[in-house]
Design a protein around this ligand. Structure first.
Ligand code: PMP
Length: 424
């Protein structure tokens, strides 16, 4: 992105103009937690309520038709961003809900729901579910629960010093007993990009289902589901310039068609009698009840915004920011980055430890300087335990992050240890 393009992008984000305590400019480096939203997303949501609000898929009236077109149009736009077909996109309330949906569908299949077609999802006691040590709790706890419900065994691939799993470890842990492999595409702590091809190959060689948590990749890298080769992909709108309350499950069409529903009720059925019901084909089968229509339309606008910029351009810009963030942290003595040191192996999510200063104190100090970062375990306690720390400070960027943001961060960070009396 040129400087002019970046300036235009920043102008699209009203919240970036905010000032903080003491009339300081705001330096937002917490995009991995949630991104800011550009005008086209805010406008799309408001426009829906202003001129198109109606129940989708039901009414025969004009408004309902327009609302349905906008809602389904958003699905097509989100699908296109990741190289998918619209029918393979199921709306959820976010990635957490997506992963829970898949795990409960597997439970239902294990309990005999969904008939013959769903048998391929059923687990037997002793079957293995494999995750990695780098998972966000959203891609760990639902699998722990699924294992507890079905008698399956949860195993995990350890991560190395740079936060990534190795092919050798993956090949050792993924065996003939493995039925599901679930892993993050990009870590929300280390920013490390997983070697998806190696994990998918290992999973495929034993016939396991593959779920990829793409929460931190879809907003920052070109992601094409056909190239990924997974069976399920989870992501959230709010991390990719879209609204909260909406996310997606991408599923391979033939798998979604065979998968039993989880949440049941209106809008997901075909014929209902007093004793039973037949279910609609996907994606509606997994979308019971009134959907978050305005949020879906906002999600569509966010996907459109990113498509328009081009994900190669987004990734290229963020690689520059990654390098600058890594340099900023490396320049301060007594500060250690967790994760890969080569910008090509990671995204602009940079977690670090400041020797002698607790992450919460670091965060507080940076906040006083108007630099907003995240502190804590970032919903990845096992990964922090792996690195022997309870908490880290995390600076994370998005497409609107500029060099001035990183410079303000670098400047503030350089004063932390002195302030807390651990260096001169
Ligand atoms: N996985 C990863 C890698 C994440 O970063 C997050 C959000 N921090 C989630 C899953 C959960 O997403 P959500 O909270 O939007 O459901």
């Amino acid at each position: 992105l040129s400087a002019a393009e970046l300036a235009r992008i920043r102008a699209d984000f009203p919240l970036l103009k905010r000032r903080l305590r003491g009339d300081r400019p705001m330096v937002y480096l917490d995009s991995a937690a949630t991104s800011q939203k550009p005008d086209p997303v805010l406008d799309a949501e408001q426009d829906f309520y202003l001129v198109r609000n109606a129940a989708v898929h039901r009414g025969a009236h004009q408004l309902a038709q327009e609302a349905t077109e906008a809602f389904e149009g958003a699905r097509a736009t989100v699908a296109e961003l990741i190289g998918a077909q619209p029918g393979e996109i199921v709306w959820t309330s976010g990635a957490t809900a997506t992963i829970n949906l898949v795990t409960y569908a597997i439970s239902n299949a294990t309990a005999g729901r969904g008939g013959q077609a769903a048998r391929r999802f059923a687990l037997q006691p002793g079957d293995e579910i494999v995750v990695t040590e780098a998972e966000h709790h959203a891609n760990l706890v639902p699998w722990q629960e699924l294992a507890a419900r079905t008698g399956a065994v949860l195993r995990w691939i350890p991560v190395g010093e740079d936060g990534r799993v190795t092919v050798e470890d993956a090949d050792r842990i993924i065996t003939e007993r493995t039925r599901v492999v679930a892993f993050t595409h990009v870590s929300n702590v280390t920013g490390a990009i997983t070697d998806t091809a190696a994990l998918v190959r290992a999973a495929r060689s034993v016939g396991a289902l593959v779920l990829i948590d793409a929460c931190q990749s879809v907003p920052h890298l070109p992601v094409n589901v056909s190239e990924l080769g997974a069976d399920f992909v989870a992501f959230s709108a709010h991390k990719m310039l879209g609204p909260t309350g909406i996310g997606a499950l991408w599923g391979r069409a033939e798998l979604l068609a065979a998968m039993p529903p989880v949440t049941t009720g209106g809008s997901m059925v075909e014929v209902v009698t007093m004793t039973e019901a037949t279910y609609a084909p996907p994606p509606q089968r997994f979308e019971a009840g009134t959907q978050p229509v305005a949020q879906a339309i906002g999600f569509g606008a966010a996907a459109q915004y990113l498509s328009h910029l081009g994900m190669d351009a987004v990734a290229g810009h963020e690689r520059t920011i990654t390098r600058l963030l890594l340099d900023a942290v490396a320049a301060v003595p007594g500060v250690r980055v967790i994760g890969p040191t080569d910008p090509r192996d990671r995204i602009a999510v940079v977690s670090f430890v400041v020797d002698g200063v607790h992450a919460h104190d670091v965060g507080q100090y940076l906040d006083d300087a108007g630099v907003l970062v995240r502190v804590g375990h970032h919903c990845a306690q096992p990964l922090h335990r792996r690195f022997g720390v309870a908490a880290t400070t995390r600076a994370s960027a998005s497409v609107y992050t500029d060099e001035a943001d990183v410079a303000a961060f670098a400047d503030a960070l350089s004063g932390v240890r002195k302030f807390f009396g651990v260096s001169q």
